[in-house]
Unconditional design. Sequence first.
Length: 382
Amino acid sequence: MRSVLLLGSILAACGDPGRPPEPRAAAEGLVLVEADPSDAPIATLTDAELERFAEGDARFELPFREPQGLGPLYIHRSCVSCHEEDARGPGAVRRLAVVGDGAPLLFGDVLRPRLAAGARTPITKPDREDVRESVRLGPAVFGRGYLDAIDDAQILAWEARQASRDDGISGRAHRLPSGELGRFGLKARIATLEEFVADAFLGDMGLTSPLRPAELPNPDGLSDDARAGVDLTGDEIALVADYVRMLAIPRRAEVPTGAALFEAVRCAVCHAPSARTRADTPIPALRDVDVALYTDLLLHDMGEGLADGVREHDASGGEWRTAPLIGIRHLRSLLHDGRAETVREAIEAHASEGSEANDSVERFRALSAADQDVIVAFVEAL
């Protein structure tokens, strides 16, 4: 593992949200814990859950090869290629969008440049003036078990509360074709952690599973790879989903007056500071607790400046799910494409024609330089 060296069973922990990690004593052997891990398990997991966490971590880091079902087209070989230390990047996905009423893309809107299992033709950007290309960095996955545990009723309550606002902020839940509410993915196009994991295995590595049993369309018309049939079992998908589910939120530092100023400029409307988890989630440590995720899990129109033109189910090219503000210091860059290198740059990028955040950005700009610095420090410490 990256933050824990295991001899015997896994014995390391991170405190609950907002608290520093506390190492557990090992029965025997050596335990090394980083001073500031981004990939530690929730502190209150049982020994059995910690063992499953360790097993899932190994699977998360595993580089797949052709005999295991890699391809026929793929982007990366392992989960950690896009989520190193369970944070963001370094791997990225490149997306395509048709501008205007041009013909649809034949093989989807994701570039898949690498070949395996007999494939000869990668998916690249077509030579068309009406097709634009954009970058999506792999999101952090720590703390996502808490996102999974937020009740739909809470998401709908945020939606209803914002519907009556007069400052341009009016997020909406992403209602998927299945009838579920989306919460995972940059445009909230996926409802559950299991679907999120299965979708990533297929989209990034070409690994099929019971949740995603068919290979993606490709220029060579291949319907299978070097591993006949479905590549991953349902149990393997559940194992990785549980690993992600049991990742802690990185510890936080206190920034005096930061929360009040964050509220004053209305950042807290979308980046809702607190939510309560359901009492029926699979992991007891996640049940019925207040958690500071700083997201409303709603789609917001962020205007022309951040639009990438890519539609996902009912989400338009300019809509994005509110990003959880957790573990910011562990992220290599900010915003969906990494264009912002600092929190201040990310705040400023929220303002553009048609953005729901224009009023908040103006309020931020109206603050004194010292108060702006407090808000930036507050977000950096989350």
